[in-house]
Write a protein of this length. Structure first.
Length: 667
């Protein structure tokens, strides 16, 4: 089915009757018509044969003296005609040969009948009875779907024979004129009707073909849309929707027949860092390569494999044991490991792309719905990551007692502020030219119900995913503004904001209300937007920054250099400060790393924006970077995150001391 074929059909349907048909379409029509004609030929012949014999009643009525001869003729001709045609139909004789024989058979039946009828002694009856020959002409055009050529042949021979017979048999010009014109007009009328009927039949065929092509196009388009809706565009694997469908099927099979199944979740280790360091295009190529490699392991077994979301893949399949599930999980891990895709920026001892895998065997999971098996595999994945990544782990009941699920963490986050399990710490940003604290970044800390500290890397993603970050973000903003109100010696406090907060239409209003309630100058509050949060080209971010700037609140770009769109951010958006990620200062111990850091600092300066360098851990790093024209630093060497009381002491110390930066910072 192609657009060209549909266009050809439309063009053909628009042609006038005298225009030449498309050879290709006409050939298709003739083939279809031949098939339909073959199926009806035997039935039509039988009906015509019976009518031919039955019409002997008129012989008995009008020319009784010729009845024996005519009756014998009808029986012989009709019987032979029907028998011969039906035998040839069964043997598959060509349709055009059958049409020729049928059309000539009708003529022979007419000619033989006319000849014998003319031998009657009742001349008047013969003259009138000859008019019944028109019935043979109607039969040729009504009982058979003859093509125009054969219909014309049969009707033409009947008309010509009658005209020849009438001029030879009688000298009555009135009769010849009356019945001759009747035959000629009937011939012209039936020829026209046959031509029109065949033309309409051709148009019906064209419309049927067009409708069939349209229907096929709709079906194929529907199949393509379904394929697109269930296929991940990047990897070509099944997407989350398709995987969920497979999970439902396996779950129902487990319920109905007891067939257990395995589910495997595969997460690419340090993939966000891979994206940030090498760019999203390289990240996409990496995911595509991983998907293709894992497909090679899953396809021969007819296991379902798909991209579950982001850098996470999933495999599902009927399984007989937990050992089978774990063995395939390990095979997938080794398959990825064998690709040897370089990833030197990862934060462990490995330098290639690896995956962490969590698996679950349905028989080992107490579940009342299929999602529980996914949760079990996710818990095993969490354990694999906690144990150091690049490994496969399968769920067992002991894991339920060794880790909190996302649901519990989300619930815990909602009550953390009320229960007093959330706290704020502040990390100073120092101006090394004066040795004073120029600003402090407010950071959240959290403890569980037993008093154990929970890493921000653990609870912040959960807070963002569940939306609790809006409440926690408002809380840390109030803490930062309260600190500014109580510590006038602190010029600025900064707070990180998440993508969920940016998307909140009431965010700016809530920030303004918090600042107003604290009674501080809006310019003393800075909001940090992470550069890796895909803010480039986002109109929401631009509008947010405009509203914050109009309110007098500062906006900083955090972690510059870690995201793919860093340069675009600097060119599109105007930030009050740009914080350069710790990776660059920690890599400046080599000439190449130092040159890269200087180039980034120069780039920020050329964009008329002031830099802050994060992650300084040694005095030598400060001395080197200060030589590049930077005076604002943040890092463990200058101060770890500290309580409000500790920060107050530091502020008092720096405000009452006339310190030389080199002496203080090298102490």
């Amino acid at each position: 089915m192609s657009t060209a074929t549909l266009d050809l059909l439309d063009c053909e349907l628009g042609k006038r009757w005298f225009q030449r048909r498309s050879p290709a379409l006409h050939t298709t029509f003739k083939a279809q018509h031949a098939q339909a004609l073959r199926e009806e030929m035997g039935k039509a012949c039988l009906v015509v044969g019976l009518l031919y014999v039955a019409f002997g009643a008129m012989d008995a009525l009008l020319i009784r003296d010729m009845l024996p001869y005519l009756l014998a003729l009808r029986l012989v001709v009709g019987g032979c005609y029907v028998t011969a045609i039906m035998l040839q139909v069964r043997r598959g004789v060509g349709t055009r040969i059958l049409e020729l024989q049928c059309s000539l058979g009708i003529y022979v039946g007419f000619a033989a009948w006319l000849y014998l009828a003319a031998q009657s002694s009742d001349e008047t009856a013969i003259l009138y009875y000859a008019g019944y020959g028109l019935i043979f002409m109607l039969v040729a055009n009504l009982f058979f779907d003859f093509s125009f050529t054969f219909a014309l042949l049969s009707s033409g021979l009947i008309t010509a024979t009658f005209l020849l017979w009438s001029t030879e048999w009688t000298n009555n010009m009135s009769y010849i004129t009356c019945f001759g014109s009747l035959y000629v007009l009937s011939f012209l009328l039936t020829a026209f009707l046959n031509f029109k009927y065949n033309r309409e039949r051709y148009r019906v065929h064209l419309n049927a073909c067009r409708a069939e092509l349209r229907q096929r196009e709709v079906v194929l388009r529907g199949e393509e849309l379904f394929r697109l809706s269930t296929t991940d565009a990047l990897t070509g694997l099944a997407n989350r929707r398709a995987i969920d469908g497979v999970l439902q099927e396996l779950w129902m099979a487990n319920r109905n027949s007891g067939q257990a199944f395995g589910i495997i979740l595969i997460d690419v280790d340090f993939f966000k860092l891979y994206n940030d360091r090498y760019g999203h295009q390289q990240g996409d190529r990496c995911l595509a390569a991983l998907g293709e490699a894992m497909r090679g392991a899953a396809s021969p077994r007819q296991y379902a494999l798909g991209r579950f979301g982001g850098e996470e893949f999933a495999a599902l399949f009927p399984a007989q044991s937990a050992e089978q599930v774990l063995a395939f999980a390990e095979e997938l891990r080794k398959t990825v490991e064998a690709l040897q895709i370089p990833h030197p920026a990862r934060r462990d001892l490995l330098s290639n792309v690896t995956v962490s895998i969590g698996a679950a065997f349905s028989a080992d999971v107490e579940a009342d719905k299929p999602e529980r098996t996914v949760t079990a595999a996710d818990l095993a994945l969490y354990v694999a990551k906690e144990e150091g990544r690049d490994r496969a782990r399968i769920f067992n009941a002991r894991m339920l007692h060794g880790a909190e699920s996302d649901d519990l963490n989300a619930e815990m986050l909602r009550s953390a502020v009320v229960d007093g399990r959330i706290s704020a710490v502040f990390q100073p940003i120092v101006d090394v030219s004066s040795g004073r604290i120029w600003a402090a970044e407010a950071l959240m800390r959290l403890k569980d119900a037993e008093g154990r500290a929970i890493s921000p890397d653990t609870f912040i993603p959960v807070a963002e995913r569940t939306g609790v970050i809006l409440e926690m973000g408002a809380w840390i903003l109030r803490e930062a503004c309260d600190l500014l109100a109580r510590e006038p010696a602190l010029p600025i406090a900064s707070v990180n904001i998440s993508a969920r907060q940016i998307a909140d239409p009431n965010f700016v209003s809530s920030v303004e209300a918090i600042v107003l309630a604290a009674g501080i100058a809006p310019s003393r509050l800075a909001l940090e937007i992470t550069e890796s949060g895909e803010i480039s080209g986002n109109p929401e971010v631009a509008r947010l920054m405009d509203r914050l700037s109009a309110a007098g609140i500062r906006v900083w770009l955090d972690d510059f250099g870690t995201g793919f769109a860093g340069l675009t951010c600097l060119s599109e958006l105007r930030f009050d400060m740009v914080k350069i990620d710790r990776f660059f200062v920690q890599s400046c111990d080599t000439p190449r790393g130092a040159k890269l850091l200087k180039n980034i600092i120069d780039l920020v300066g050329n964009c008329a924006q002031r830099p802050i360098v994060e992650g300084v851990e040694e005095a030598q790093q400060i001395e080197l970077v200060a030589s590049f024209g930077v005076d604002l630093f943040q890092g463990y060497h200058l101060g770890r995150p500290m309580s409000r009381h500790e920060l107050k002491l530091r502020l008092s110390d720096t405000s009452n001391s006339d310190c030389l930066p080199n002496k203080r910072l090298s102490a």
